[in-house]
Design a protein around this ligand. Structure first.
Ligand code: 5GP
Length: 194
């Protein structure tokens, strides 16, 4: 008897800027088997140390608009004044081949994914407090003061949406948050895809 191949599941990590999603994502990818990541497209400029095709596909506004027009994005959104989007084909190919996919995107994107792929698992990462988030954004030294202020304002609004997610993970101690995330993802791995 031929067993039907398992379809992969989509996991979405969302949460405010500076909450540590990037680190948690990297840790999950190294901890969990059969989990892959999709590289997003963005119109923002690379930060020091970021590489095209590794951290993001850094593209122009015109290229981004062409991809929107061509229906190439599964979801896309404007975040802090720049465009970000997930390429549809990459994700669907991985899911079809039975691999689970992890996305690290903003809350607008997460809402779009929930509507499109209801079997996805939405995970919200919360900071211990807004003060801690502010401190982390400052330490990161990637944004100007004005941008930090803007990101905190957006963060307050975003955090109100946490209750609508399937899971909420507090990122106070990175190792603990990471372990919780790993447990959530592997638990679903044992269930059939809905
Ligand atoms: P950053 O510029 O700090 O790398 O990312 C800013 C925000 O955009 C973060 O919240 C990040 O998760 C989100 N982001 C990154 N890629 C995507 C994407 O493909 N789609 C959406 N909707 N948001 C994204």
């Amino acid at each position: 008897m031929s067993e039907q191949k398992r379809r992969g599941r989509l996991f979405v990590l969302a949460g405010p800027s500076g909450v540590g999603k990037g680190t948690l994502r990297a840790q999950a990818l190294s901890d969990v088997e059969n989990l892959t990541y999709s590289i997003s497209c963005t119109t923002r400029k690379p930060r020091d140390g970021e590489r095209d095709g590794v951290d993001y596909h850094f593209i122009t506004r015109k290229e981004f608009e062409e991809k929107i027009a061509g229906g190439l994005f599964l979801e896309h959104a404007v975040v802090h004044g720049e465009h970000y989007g997930t390429l549809r084909e990459d994700i669907l190919r991985e899911l079809e081949s039975g691999r689970d996919v992890l996305l690290e995107i903003d809350v607008q994107g997460a809402q779009q994914i929930r509507a499109l792929l209801p079997g996805s698992v939405l995970i919200f990462i919360l900071p211990p407090s807004l003060e801690v988030l502010e401190e982390r954004l400052r330490k990161r030294k990637t944004e100007s003061e004005e941008k930090i202020g803007r990101r905190l304002e957006v963060a307050k609004k975003e955090m109100e949406q946490a209750k609508e997610y399937d899971h909420v993970v507090f990122n106070e101690v990175m190792e603990r948050a990471s372990e919780e995330l790993r447990r959530i993802i592997t638990r679903y791995g044992k269930e059939a895809q809905t």
